[in-house]
Design a protein around this ligand. Structure first.
Ligand SMILES: CC(C)(COP(=O)(O)OP(=O)(O)OC[C@H]1O[C@@H](n2cnc3c(N)ncnc32)[C@H](O)[C@@H]1OP(=O)(O)O)[C@@H](O)C(=O)NCCC(=O)NCCS
Length: 166
């Protein structure tokens, strides 16, 4: 059975096959290490069934405070699935994991950026309930514009509203 587990440091040296893809953003080792240290539990790797446990895909995310320290938000920094394992729900499983993790950590929404040309990723995020929020010009260095997409996390009203002070 496919399983998800927390990304470990040695995975960073074994997922080269996942990043050889024109639409997968390549980041420095420092970027990944910083994520693992600062945001434990928010980066996951999907492993294929079998003794080899081949790496199928990963997600790196974080929890951040933009605007108010009372309103944490999730941000997906990187998501990719190996071309061998696409279209079988791996990205959906990684995204669902991240959504639940951020819900449990009290976040009110999750955002991400993608290349405007990346229609496959756009479809994936739409299918998961993310909505287009804005276009950021020249976000990528080539240059290319980015879409920012966001999904709000539902909260019961009594949690959203500030408690009345008597
Ligand atoms: C985008 C990506 C992560 C999708 O991963 P995946 O595991 O294949 O996605 P899923 O199997 O979970 O697909 C979920 C839904 O996304 C959409 N989708 C995924 N791949 C698609 C494709 N090739 N064409 C059209 N829709 C697609 C569909 O709505 C799909 O649901 P369905 O299969 O029931 O129709 C993968 O293609 C990838 O790694 N691409 C390169 C890196 C990248 O673009 N990362 C995102 C950067 S922002």
């Amino acid at each position: 059975m496919t399983c998800l587990r927390e990304m470990q440091f040695d995975d960073l040296f074994k997922f080269n096959s996942l990043v050889f893809d024109a639409l997968t953003e390549v980041y420095s080792l420092t970027f990944f290490v910083k994520h693992l240290l600062e945001f434990p539990g928010l980066s996951q790797i999907a492993l294929a069934p079998g003794s080899e446990a081949r790496r199928m895909g990963y997600i790196f995310g974080k929890k951040e405070y933009i605007g108010s320290m009372w309103d944490p938000q999730g941000h997906i920094s990187a998501l990719t699935v190996s071309s061998e394992y696409r279209r079988v729900g791996v990205a959906t499983a990684l995204m669902d994991y991240f959504y639940t993790a951020l819900d449990l950590r009290g976040a009110s929404s999750i955002n991400l950026f993608l290349r405007c040309s990346n229609l496959v990723a756009y479809r994936l995020y739409c299918s998961l309930g993310y909505a287009l929020q804005r276009t950021v010009l020249d976000y990528y260095p080539e240059p290319e514009n980015a879409f920012e997409m966001r999904k709000y996390i539902r909260r019961p009203l009594e949690i959203q509203a500030p408690t009345a002070i008597r």
